[in-house]
Design a protein around this ligand. Structure first.
Ligand code: PAF
Length: 306
């Protein structure tokens, strides 16, 4: 089932006219419609960039869309809160869902096609019967240890989205550092013909990495949220200045965040390319931090040249 976001510019069942009109955004709600619309784009010889999202779109997502426009002829955005990747029922229930506002923003960005499936559409046989894709090792380390099943849910849904949209490019934000590394491994291991493009973190004026979960911060916690990035930057500076006492640096950051009102979940300093321990071969270190501030769990990271 598909919808035209702007009315009056042709019948949704006449694909040629639809795609000649550049200001029309198609909304596909089920897999056959999305595949059909993608086929129409491909018949025109268009290259496609996919921006997978869980909605509640902010400037971070819109930056992905703008970067997508630079690399491909057509931009497809998926909006799907993927239940398979939530290891916490409360988090899934509270995840902000703002589809109408999201569609308005995407229309403003002149996105070509939006795919808005429901869980029933994506997992018609039930989540427990869904074939899954699992990237070993990387899915179980760091964030994967703290959120069991999370990365398996991500790799499964992204693989399915790749099969539906068959994009030449796929855009992901660097905020989800381990997610990008895991998806690059997925693409390599399964020979998926897509180029993953990583887009730098978009921050607000105070340095807070934009995230849909920021909207769940209370008025009291909001002014403190930027301290997460501030503490990561302090740690990054110490490493740049030659401090290699990683255990002490991690402990100090944890203490500093907890003292500011965070409940720190993890502070890791890893090799940015392997996500393993820093060795004498490490060129860049990645500082990866996750912390609760009230209910929402925020994540952020910074890469430092050694
Ligand atoms: O990063 C996200 O928003 C999600 O993990 C993704 C990639 C859209 C898969 O559901």
């Amino acid at each position: 089932m598909c919808e035209l976001k702007k009315g009056g510019r042709g019948n949704p069942d006449t694909p040629v006219r639809r795609f000649l009109a550049t200001d029309i955004m198609i909304i596909a709600k089920d897999i056959p419609s999305a595949v059909n619309e993608v086929n129409n784009l491909k018949k025109q010889g268009a290259t496609i960039a996919l921006v997978p999202t869980m909605g509640n779109l902010h400037e971070g997502h819109l930056t992905l869309v703008r970067e997508a426009k630079k690399v491909a002829d057509k931009v497809v955005v998926s909006v799907f809160v993927n239940p398979l990747q939530f290891n916490n029922a409360e988090d899934l229930k509270n995840y902000p869902r703002t589809l109408e506002q999201d569609l308005a923003k995407l229309e403003q960005e002149q996105v070509d096609l939006v795919f808005t499936p429901t869980p029933q559409t994506m997992y018609p046989n039930g989540m427990e019967n869904q074939t899954s894709v699992f990237v070993p090792n990387i899915s179980d380390m760091l964030e994967g240890k703290l959120r069991p099943g999370h990365f398996k849910g991500v790799s499964t849904v992204v693989n399915k989205l790749f099969n539906i949209v068959r994009p030449e490019f796929a855009m992901f934000g660097q905020k989800d550092f381990q997610q990008v590394a895991m998806l690059k491994q997925l693409v390599e291991d399964m020979a998926i013909q897509v180029k993953i493009i990583t887009v730098p973190i978009v921050r607000d004026a105070e340095g807070l990495a934009l995230s849909s979960r920021n909207g769940l911060l209370t008025e009291t916690d909001k002014p403190k949220a930027h301290l997460l990035h501030a503490e990561i930057s302090k740690l990054a500076d110490k490493i740049r200045n030659g401090n290699r006492n990683f255990e002490k640096l991690k402990e100090d950051t944890r203490e500093a965040l907890d003292a500011c009102g965070f409940k720190t979940d993890s502070v890791d300093i890893v090799d940015a390319s392997t996500l393993g321990d820093i060795t004498e071969k490490t060129v860049e270190a990645a500082i990866l931090v996750s912390a609760y501030l009230g209910k929402p769990r925020l994540i952020d990271n910074e890469v430092v040249k050694l």
